[in-house]
Design a protein around this ligand. Structure first.
Ligand code: APR
Length: 171
């Protein structure tokens, strides 16, 4: 299946999506926070934080998997994006690693459908129009390696990110 058929874009709240795995834009403690991290923990319930506590944190660019608990999604893949610091501190490479490592982990656990928020484009300050092409390229290349992944959905909560992806996917 060509990769463009395997990538979709939606506007909305990732905690409502009925996919196998949703990706959380976490921090390195994995113990929750605001933004999408806060929304996912609120929707999943307290057991999510309890399991996260056993993971011992996660370095930027890497990913860890937990159950989804009360979420529709069976798994949550927690990844830690780069904090934007002007763009010449390996932010693009670290961001790409978040997407690549999250997809590898999804394939490993057997998830076939996965949804990503716009990692790092909120509190971590990564400009949305710069993050979207990095995310899309990383996902496209990872999809070539993981044929078991049937669909990747980019979920944009805000319009700016949604427009950035829409322009790219239309191109
Ligand atoms: N569904 C989908 N996307 C969402 C949702 C949601 N319910 N809530 C927020 N977002 C979007 C934001 O609009 C932004 O585009 O997620 C993107 C990432 O923003 P943040 O959640 O702020 O994450 P990030 O920029 O990666 O910063 C991570 O923020 O919440 C803390 O604990 C987290 O310290 C970590 C930091």
């Amino acid at each position: 299946m060509p990769d463009h058929a395997r990538i979709t874009l939606v506007r909305g709240d990732i905690t409502t999506l009925e996919v196998d795995a949703i990706v959380n834009a976490a921090n390195s403690s994995l113990l929750g926070g605001g933004g999408v991290d806060g929304a996912i923990h609120r929707a999943a319930g307290p057991e999510l934080r309890e399991q996260c506590r056993t993971l011992g944190g996660c370095p930027a660019g890497e990913a860890r998997v937990t159950s989804g608990y009360r979420l529709p999604a069976r798994w949550v893949i927690h990844t830690v994006g780069p904090i934007w610091d002007g763009g010449d501190h390996d932010e693009p490479a670290t961001l790409a690693s978040c997407y690549r490592n999250s997809l590898a982990l999804a394939a490993q656990v057997g998830a076939k459908t996965i949804a990503f928020p716009s990692i790092s484009t909120g509190v971590y300050g990564y400009p949305g129009h710069l993050a979207a092409p990095v995310a899309l390229a990383a996902v496209r290349s990872a999809l070539e390696e993981h044929a078991s992944i049937q669909q990747v959905t980019f979920v944009c909560f805000d319009n700016a990110n949604f427009q950035a992806y829409r322009a790219l996917l239309a191109g």
